[in-house]
Ligand binder design. Structure first.
Ligand code: DGL
Length: 270
């Protein structure tokens, strides 16, 4: 039994870390498409083709259930995959819904009509492709009314993290937060809508100020997944081992992953 976790690169490790702490008995197979990161500057056909190839590899590794721990793939490819590509015995889930449910104070699977919620001014930080898709706003509109979302496309941040240049990543985060604040001076909440960004969570929080609630996905996805597996135990698949796969250079990717998670991670070629 194993569950697949996919990201364009290292960002999904923030989700992997949380899900493996929350569900320690479940083996996880991680796939980082580091050779093709960043996805956030690609068009949706490109993201669709890369994401479906990665998901097939995870199915081959015995993961009937795959989590797209990548907002860009969730925004640009998931709906198309669900409409026509995923066979009935497999599941592919994205990472938006748990986050939006938390923001809109909903329980898992509460499909009641949209209603007013506590937060009114929300800043969304995400990749250019995720921002362009407007997928967050669409999911939010199904659940909440009267929420003003200001989105900031954070060009360059994923590249800097993938390159291990955290000084550049920090400078870029500060300048993107400044740009957001020029459009929305007092957000109540901020969504880190890219799984790479929790690696820079302290910088986001400092730049936004301590009064802003910063929502990131890892723990919310971990709770939703634990709940899902309890209700769908058959989706655990046939894989038995934790594994880390990359399309990039395994040594380089392992070094970065070990640095970010502060434990030894060994990637192998996908
Ligand atoms: N971690 C991916 C996300 O959540 C980054 C996408 C990219 O490669 O630009 O959107």
């Amino acid at each position: 039994m194993a569950v697949g976790i996919f990201d364009s690169g290292l960002g999904g490790l923030t989700v992997l870390d949380a899900v493996s702490k929350r569900s320690p008995d479940v083996p996880f197979v991680y796939f980082g498409d580091n050779a093709h990161a960043p996805y956030g500057v690609r068009d949706s056909d490109d993201v669709y083709n890369l994401t479906t190839a990665a998901v097939e590899r995870l199915w081959d590794a015995g993961c009937d259930l795959v989590i797209l721990a990548c907002n860009t793939a969730s925004a640009a490819a998931l709906r198309r995959m669900q409409e026509s590509w995923i066979p009935p015995e497999k599941r592919v889930l994205g990472v938006f819904v748990p986050l939006i449910e938390a923001l809109t104070e909903r329980q898992w699977g509460d499909n009641s009509p949209p209603r007013e919620v506590e937060v009114k001014h929300v800043a969304l930080f995400a990749t250019p492709a995720t921002v362009a898709s407007r997928a967050f706003q669409r999911e939010l509109a199904f659940r909440a009314i009267g929420v003003d979302v200001e989105a900031q496309a954070c060009g360059g941040v994923v590249d800097a993290i993938e390159d291990g240049d955290l000084i550049l990543a920090e400078a870029l985060v500060r300048s993107h937060v400044d740009a957001l604040k020029r459009k929305m001076p007092d957000p109540q909440a901020a969504i880190l809508g890219c799984t790479h960004y929790p690696l820079m969570a302290t910088t986001f929080q400092e730049a936004l100020g301590q009064d802003v609630s910063v929502y990131s996905q890892a723990n919310l996805v971990a709770e939703s997944l634990a709940d899902y597996l309890e209700r769908h135990p058959k989706m655990l698949g046939t894989g038995t081992e934790n594994m880390f796969l990359t399309t990039g250079d395994p040594k380089r990717v392992s070094d970065r992953a070990t640095q970010f998670l502060r434990r030894k991670i060994e990637f192998q070629s996908a």
